[in-house]
Write a protein that binds this ligand. Structure first.
Ligand SMILES: [Zn+2]
Length: 273
């Protein structure tokens, strides 16, 4: 057993145990039979012996066979591999957790942004609706306001008996060509020549009352036309049974028949006198 070939195959360097220093396996396989409690730690020494640290703090050494030492190495390598694997998996898991958390936060941010946007849009809609309602109210107010039929307010003849006959309106003197206006929102019920009235325009307003303009020199509207406060309907003139340029102005209580009322109190109640 001292031949060169034997020595070549078995020189001590190939089977040195523990040449890389002591090892501390973290788990022990079923191949180990320890005389102490399961809480003991095993230290593999350079000579193939194991030191067991017991709970009491005392140490005892047990001899390990070459096979047991090899098993300890394999166990240790498996432990190292397993702990590396666990570390990698832990890292993967924590990265996945972070990614999920990031996604969840991004979703929450998006949800908050969507909520803010929806709220802003709802506010804008409400504001637009409020403005539209205000505009509609203002348009209605403008349409239902009352204005005078003529800019020159020079009363020359009142309502009632005059020269032995009933005068069904008032006369407002103004030069021929002075513009005549609709007094509020309404519809032209008649426009044209009518005997003693000369050129005449009748307008029924939104409150039901009717105005007659007589002796006009020109008519600018047609029957059925809608008018607004201040719409020009024609010009002052001296047509029909008239002596001097003026507006003959009547207020009727209905669009049909002839039911005149004194225009002065009517103008007063409409804030125009
Ligand atoms: Zn008159």
């Amino acid at each position: 057993m001292t031949s060169r070939s034997y020595q070549g195959r078995h020189y001590s360097g190939r089977h040195r145990n523990g040449s890389r220093g002591p090892r501390l396996p973290r788990a022990l396989s079923a191949g180990f039979v320890l005389p102490t409690t399961a809480a003991a730690a095993l230290v593999v020494t350079a000579t193939g012996a194991a030191t067991v640290a017991q709970q009491s703090g005392a140490e005892s050494t047990i001899a390990l066979t070459g096979q047991q030492t090899a098993m300890a190495r394999v166990q240790e390598a498996a432990d190292t591999s397993a702990s590396t694997d666990i570390a990698v998996r832990r890292q993967d898991a924590s990265m996945q957790t972070a990614a999920l958390q990031g996604r969840a936060e991004a979703q929450q941010r998006a949800a908050r942004a969507a909520k803010r946007k929806a709220a802003a849009e709802a506010q804008a809609r409400a504001e637009a609706e409020r403005k539209a309602r205000a505009a509609a109210r203002e348009a209605e107010r403008q349409a239902k306001k009352w204005v005078r039929p003529v800019g020159i307010w020079n009363l020359t003849s009142g309502f009632g008996w005059r020269w032995g006959k009933q005068h069904d309106g008032i006369d407002l003197a103004a030069p021929t060509g002075t513009p005549l206006y609709a007094m509020s929102q309404g519809t032209v019920t008649q426009a044209g020549w009518e005997g003693e009235f000369g050129y005449k325009v009748e307008i029924q307003y939104w409150d039901g009352s009717v105005s007659w303009y007589g002796h006009m020199s020109r008519i600018d509207v047609v029957a059925g036309q809608t008018v607004l406060p201040g719409s020009q309907v024609g010009l002052v003139g001296n047509t029909g049974h008239s002596f001097g340029s003026h507006l003959h102005f009547e207020i009727q209580t209905s669009a049909v028949g002839d039911n005149p009322v004194d225009p002065v109190p009517w103008l007063q109640t409409h804030g125009l006198w």
